[in-house]
Design a protein around this ligand. Structure first.
Ligand code: BT5
Length: 338
């Protein structure tokens, strides 16, 4: 914790900060400062120490530290509080524990290594230490459980947009929230929520993004990809985290506001929510052949549209239209479905 506070001070200054000033501001001993500086150096931070002048941060380690993310992220609420773990089981669990402790809406839980990352329906999420992004956001929206589908779409859209802005990659979203490029998956989203009757107590979107991975385990090597594998270059995970959080904040609060307006007034069927226009332009399902697996049923069709509530409209071979809110949807040509 002391090292995080010292990092806060160092990253907020381009000049040297004396050891004495650190002791005074943090009410700690000289030895505690010295130990914390050494801990930061051992994590990979390059810190100049000059007698009579103090310490200065020269370069950062590739760590998703709270203080640096706080300085970099240009958001009002999402990520204003960041809880960082060197390692943890699942950031979605950490967000759940955080909610129970009364953490604020918008708190982001992030780790450099997730040992028990979850996918949907009991599946796993592979993570390589310090190569990807694993983070979860705690949300307390004033909506009913039946209205949450767009949060899922907004997560995929935000990752897609940030990947374009930071790395130049042209990714797509596969409904509801996988992010894909060249028929492989580069990011996935797991949404978990708790409800009490008609009230949403929390929604926790967990996002996993493959950044600098050069290799994947045998079972997913043909379906997974990373920024590094697509561009041949490493990406700054910190910059990408901030890009995702900034996009998420913009689309999420825009959607909440529009939802509020449509609750106050009659729904205008022609007024598409702004996030949805952009989502549709990146959605690989639209116009393509899909297979839908729902419990014991499987059917084929062409994706015709996405409703304002975020559901998929599928045109079946017999001309009937089917609206899908959940289930596994595979798109022809995308990992595995050919
Ligand atoms: C997902 O599930 O894609 C949701 C992944 C969410 C992970 C984040 S990380 C932060 C937060 N904390 C968590 O514990 N989870 C969230 P699903 O659509 O069910 O896809 C899972 C499937 O994707 C697996 O069965 C594998 O086939 C494949 N897979 C696993 N790891 C992958 C990876 N790193 N890249 C691409 N595909 C992967």
């Amino acid at each position: 914790m002391t090292d995080e506070l010292i990092l806060d001070m160092l990253s907020g200054s381009t000049d040297f900060i004396s050891g004495e000033r650190m002791c005074e501001s943090l009410k700690i001993s000289r030895t505690a400062v010295w130990k914390a500086i050494n801990k930061l150096k051992s994590k990979g931070y390059q810190i100049d120490s000059v007698p009579h002048r103090g310490y200065r941060l020269v370069s950062s380690a590739d760590i998703l530290s709270r203080s640096e993310l706080n300085t970099l992220c240009n958001t009002k609420m999402i990520g204003k509080q960041i809880v960082y773990f060197d390692s943890c089981g699942s950031t979605n669990d950490e967000a759940r524990f955080g909610d129970a402790k009364g953490d604020a809406e918008g708190t982001v839980y992030i780790t450099d290594f997730q040992s028990k990352g979850r996918g949907r329906l009991g599946r796993g999420w592979h993570e390589q230490e310090k190569k990807g992004i694993a983070m979860s956001i705690l949300l307390h929206p004033m909506i009913s459980p039946s209205q949450i589908m767009p949060v899922s779409l907004i997560c995929g859209l935000s990752i897609c947009k940030a990947l374009k802005e930071i790395t130049g990659l042209n990714c797509n979203v596969k409904w509801p929230n996988d992010v894909v490029i060249n028929a492989k998956k580069i990011a996935g989203v797991l949404i978990e929520m708790s409800t009490s009757g008609e009230i949403v107590q929390y929604i926790i979107p967990g996002m996993g993004v493959n950044c600098n991975n050069s290799i994947f385990p045998e079972d997913i090597k043909d379906i997974a990809t990373s920024v590094f594998l697509e561009t041949g270059k490493s990406v700054s995970r910190k910059a990408l985290v901030c890009g995702i959080l900034e996009n998420f904040e913009k689309y999420y609060f825009g959607w909440i506001e529009e939802t509020q307006e449509t609750t106050d007034h009659a729904i205008d069927e022609n007024q598409i929510p702004s996030y949805l226009k952009e989502y549709k332009s990146l959605c690989i399902n639209l116009g393509n052949e899909v297979i839908v697996h729902q419990r014991d049923m499987t059917f084929y069709g062409i994706t015709k549209d996405i409703t304002q509530e975020g559901e998929l409209v599928i045109l079946l071979a017999n001309g009937e239209e089917k609206i899908i809110l959940s289930g596994e949807v595979s798109v022809r040509g995308i990992y595995g479905y050919v």
